[in-house]
Design a protein around this ligand. Sequence first.
Ligand SMILES: Cc1cc2nc3c(=O)[nH]c(=O)nc-3n(C[C@H](O)[C@H](O)[C@H](O)COP(=O)(O)OP(=O)(O)OC[C@H]3O[C@@H](n4cnc5c(N)ncnc54)[C@H](O)[C@@H]3O)c2cc1C
Length: 118
Amino acid sequence: MAFPEKVDYVIVGAGIHGLSTAWHLAAKLKAKGKGDGSKIVVIDKDSIAAGASGIACGVVRNNYFQPAMRELMAMCVEVWESDAKNFHYHDVGYMQISPECMENDVAEIYAQQKKYWI
Ligand SMILES: Cc1cc2nc3c(=O)[nH]c(=O)nc-3n(C[C@H](O)[C@H](O)[C@H](O)COP(=O)(O)OP(=O)(O)OC[C@H]3O[C@@H](n4cnc5c(N)ncnc54)[C@H](O)[C@@H]3O)c2cc1C
């Protein structure tokens, strides 16, 4: 593919964060009637998902103790679920095995998960 001579947005790094940034930016521009995202270029010193994104286990989990992290992850899950087929997202649930000393923390996580998801 020929490299364009002029673009409006250059995103450095084609890992999950760079590609997510490009995807969200394109959606925002389109919603504002400012094009279809063709003015965005993602460049990488190697290739798509050459870094951590290419070797990640692919687990999308909302099971963090910090409320802010859980809220952020709930928003991420919404994105994955918004187009599960094209994102190859498979919702399978998960099981957590923890020592007894974590019982209260895990109960708190569960209570907060229900708050966001119901
Ligand atoms: C073994 C492993 C398993 C994991 N499992 C999970 C999981 O199950 N679930 C989960 O949510 N997270 C998981 N993670 C964490 C997750 O993979 C990372 O948080 C995420 O991929 C980081 O994405 P990124 O886009 O920030 O970085 P990267 O994927 O590393 O992308 C950075 C990109 O930038 C490019 N780049 C760097 N410098 C330059 C430069 N100067 N010029 C041009 N390009 C450049 C690199 O080539 C690379 O492609 C895992 C991580 C590892 C290592």
